[in-house]
Design a binder for this molecule. Structure first.
Ligand SMILES: Cc1cc2nc3c(=O)[nH]c(=O)nc-3n(C[C@H](O)[C@H](O)[C@H](O)COP(=O)(O)OP(=O)(O)OC[C@H]3O[C@@H](n4cnc5c(N)ncnc54)[C@H](O)[C@@H]3O)c2cc1C
Length: 426
């Protein structure tokens, strides 16, 4: 077991593996140790993208993330989605773009991604220490003392890539924040993001379990709209999931945890306003024949959703002919179609969340290198930072970009130091 490393990286997830590879490639003579508490690394990579690993997106901008966008933009520009594509190609993992813009390995297997990263680490002689959970890091100038499950490792430079708290059974359980707080960093309030939401049992979601359709979700905090997004919603036995619900969840969860009044509203006929729907219902009522409300709704909604929505308002509504609709019922139906309050009781929590909202403020790091502004030669990367992306490969891109910057600069700092020393001796 090594006693010293030039660069010690805490956490061998996506960000830590990337940092290790880029550090070793920039300066192959360095001793690099990658410590992880888990028995086998990369668990999150393996479960990602339904086991296919959505590595990045064809277009990545700071607006795909929540956090300090100016800083996020500076970081992403230094290692872009195109760099990711080329890098994986060089690692022997060609990527392909799907119509949604998401990039997956051609193999369609997350395992290919993880194996390529681990193989590259081995080729570069990076020491991978699994079951080495780090309990504390202290800075005793000029070295760091890392206390881990099997003893102590001293290091000239430390990169912390310990993740957030999403899916804690993979090894990222929030301890990383304690480690950096001990070193003087702060952590903003954190909560699960990209997480399914639970609905009150009295609602009709259980009847719709398994159905997905295009909707708009609107989040209001203290009556003010903070988020509005359109996409695919999946009804489940517990509530709602699918990309649009997952992306919206951070707003509901954050506001809820901060004690604000938060409401989620559903528009089941996306792109249509209250007025559009009212016009549609009025027009339908003038048509010949006795079309029922249910039959009319089915023109725009999956039939089970149409039936349950009408039933929710009134058990007899579905079979009522459209032309017999009274004004107050038409208003209630229009409202239910465009602005239905969803009785969210909570999120499914950390065990089902894909990412963490909140973390170490980006203002505490130097965005051109990911070096801490508080302690020299300490670098902070990946999900533990206060930045979370939407669904679509953006969170891995954040891991690759921040990993690249920290790995490259941590290693270059040694090169620069060696060059200076050589020059002094001449
Ligand atoms: C189910 C699921 C699916 C996802 N799908 C996608 C997707 O398809 N595309 C996408 O872009 N994003 C996806 N994500 C998000 C993405 O996986 C994460 O954002 C990304 O893996 C974060 O990388 P990281 O290296 O910062 O942290 P992590 O991957 O969490 O790695 C942190 C590592 O640090 C280790 N560690 C923690 N504390 C310590 C300690 N004290 N000592 C030693 N080691 C420690 C952990 O064991 C872990 O290995 C998904 C997430 C989940 C949960």
């Amino acid at each position: 077991m090594p006693q010293y490393a030039d660069i010690a990286i805490i956490g061998a997830g996506a960000a830590g593996l990337a940092a290790a590879i880029f550090a070793a490639e920039s300066n192959p003579s360095l001793q690099i140790s990658l410590l992880d508490g888990a028995k086998s690394v990369g668990a999150k990579i393996l479960v990602s993208g339904g086991g296919r690993c959505n590595v990045t997106n064809q277009k990545v901008t700071a607006s795909d993330y929540h956090g300090s966008r100016k800083i996020i933009d500076r970081i992403l520009r230094r290692f872009t989605e195109d760099d990711t594509l080329r890098w994986f190609d060089a690692l022997g993992v060609p990527l392909q773009t799907e119509p949604t813009g998401k990039l997956f390995p051609v193999s369609n297997k997350a395992r290919t991604v993880l194996n390529a990263l681990i193989d590259r680490c081995q080729k570069l002689s990076i020491t991978l220490l699994t079951q080495h959970r780090v309990q504390s890091i202290t800075y005793q100038e000029p070295t760091f003392v890392i206390q881990h499950a099997h003893g102590i490792l001293q290091a000239g430079t430390v990169i912390v890539a310990a993740g957030g708290r999403s899916l804690p059974k993979t090894g990222s359980d929030g301890l990383g924040w304690d480690l950096v707080q001990q070193l003087g960093h702060t952590v903003t309030p954190t909560c699960p993001a990209l997480v399914p939401l639970l609905l009150d049992a009295s609602f009709f979601h259980t009847e719709l379990s398994g159905i997905s359709h295009e909707v708009t979700l609107i989040t209001r905090v203290n009556e003010r709209v903070v988020d509005r997004r359109t996409g695919s919603l999946l009804w489940t036995h517990f509530g709602i999931s699918g990309p649009v619900a997952m992306d919206a969840s951070r707003f509901w969860v954050l506001a809820h945890e901060q004690g604000h009044h938060v409401q989620l509203h559903l528009n089941s006929v996306p792109q249509s306003t209250h007025q559009d729907v009212e016009n549609w219902l009025m027009q339908a009522s003038t048509l010949p024949g006795r079309q029922t409300i249910q039959a009319l709704l089915v023109e725009r909604l999956p039939s089970r959703v149409a039936i349950q929505l009408a039933k929710f308002l009134n058990p007899n509504l579905g079979l009522t002919p459209v032309n017999l609709l009274q004004k107050h019922t038409r208003n209630a139906l229009t409202h239910a179609l465009t602005n239905l309050p969803l009785p969210v009781t909570n999120s499914r929590g950390w065990n089902f969340s894909e990412v963490t909202a909140g973390g170490i403020p980006l203002e505490e790091i130097n965005p051109s290198s990911m070096e801490s502004k508080k302690i020299p030669r300490l670098y902070l990367i990946g999900e533990m930072l206060d930045c979370d992306g939407r669904i679509g490969g953006f969170n891995f891109q954040w891991a690759w970009s921040t990993g690249y910057l920290a790995g490259y600069h941590a290693s270059r700092a040694y090169k620069d130091k060696n060059t200076q020393e050589t020059n002094t001796h001449e």
